[in-house]
Design a binder for this molecule. Structure first.
Ligand code: 13P
Length: 341
């Protein structure tokens, strides 16, 4: 199979209807924040237990097409010695890898950042591909405040995302490009829409300028909604309308698919907003979820780090994946959620 055919096959599998992607790609220090929710110390053993329970949950493959991991999880195995990427592949779930190495401040642009990680990236891709990775993620951070974001910082991040996407595709790995417009703040939904539209327009202009194959690429986007400190919070219908309007203004129709991050919204809100978007389908692109916090939080609260809660927590995970999979198709109902819980 040539490289392009492999990329397109991976995209089709990732965007299979009724499935989504779990983002379990927290760095070792961010994983500590998750474990801290249930007062577990952040050590390698607890991180392994946490991820092993997520990845081995019975039947989770019915709702997950992919899982994004961090470098250390790619290199971790189950208690029985099976490497995590192999556990996922055996279930028919595609392993993915986060490859940016975090953000650094952008000199001359107070409050703005640029993601790092291009050095040696091609060699890293080849190693990850050998370990079973089929797709990758690079996250750029766009913050809204009085005078930011500037076009200069959006352009710098778009260049980095584009170079990453080129290298990933050359290595047969599908790039997920993630310009996250941050939810925290007191901005209105109108401002979020303007910023997200501008960000996506600059990003796709840059990707096209450098001839990235859009059919072999996935956009990971934030939803368009008022900031968490804004007095007027957005309803699911408002979020769906603003988000889809933004995509229609800025995302070429040949992009392989669009997935959402949850961005600090509660699990319930993330599902309800996705459902409102799903109800307005079909769109030119397949659309689904790629949540981290909105899926992991209910799991962690059920688990509490106790072996006797493990099976129940895996059921909670399965339920969250199922509800979001229904929502991606506009078929989620609160009553169904409560009955099946
Ligand atoms: P959240 O769903 O917690 O926003 O995480 C998704 C993600 O991948 C952020 O980079």
């Amino acid at each position: 199979m040539n490289t392009q055919a492999k990329l397109y096959e991976t995209v089709a599998m990732m965007m299979a209807p009724g499935k989504g992607i779990l983002a379990a790609d927290e760095s070792d220090s961010t994983a500590g924040k998750r474990l801290d929710m249930v007062h577990l110390p952040n050590n390698a053993e607890n991180r392994q237990d946490f991820r092993e329970l997520l990845f081995t949950a019975p039947n989770v493959e019915e709702y997950l097409s992919g899982v994004i991991m961090y470098d250390s999880s790619m290199r971790t195995a189950t208690d029985d010695g099976v490497p995590f990427p192999d556990v996922l592949t055996a279930k028919g779930i595609l392993p993915g890898i986060k490859v940016d190495t975090g953000t650094k401040e952008l000199e001359g642009f107070p409050g703005e950042v640029v993601s790092q990680g291009l050095d040696g990236l091609e060699e890293r891709f080849l190693e990850y591909a050998d370990m079973g990775a089929r797709f990758a993620k690079w996250r750029a951070v766009i913050t809204i405040d009085k005078n930011i974001p500037t076009d200069a910082s959006i352009e710098m991040n778009a260049i980095m995302l584009t170079r990453y996407a080129q290298l990933a595709q050359r290595c047969g790995i599908v790039p997920m490009v993630e310009p996250e417009v941050i939810f925290a703040g007191d901005h209105t939904i109108e401002r979020a829409e303007m910023v997200t539209t501008r960000t996506l327009q600059i990003l796709f202009q840059t990707l096209m300028k450098y001839k990235v194959d859009l059919g072999g690429l996935i956009l990971k986007s934030s939803m368009v909604l008022a900031g968490d400190m804004c007095r007027e919070q957005s309803s699911p219908e408002e979020v769906a309308n603003a988000t889809l309007r933004t995509f229609h203004m800025s995302v070429p129709h040949d992009v392989g698919g669009i997935v959402f991050l949850s961005g600090g919204q509660s699990p319930k809100r993330s599902t309800e907003n996705l459902n409102a978007i799903g109800k307005m389908g079909p769109q030119p692109w397949p659309i689904t979820y790629s949540y981290s916090r909105a899926i992991e939080e209910p799991f962690l609260l059920a688990w509490q780090g106790k072996p006797e809660n493990a099976a129940e927590a895996q059921k909670v995970l399965l339920h969250a994946c199922k509800m979001n999979s229904l929502a991606s198709q506009g078929k989620y109902e609160v009553t169904l959620d409560q009955i099946l819980k």
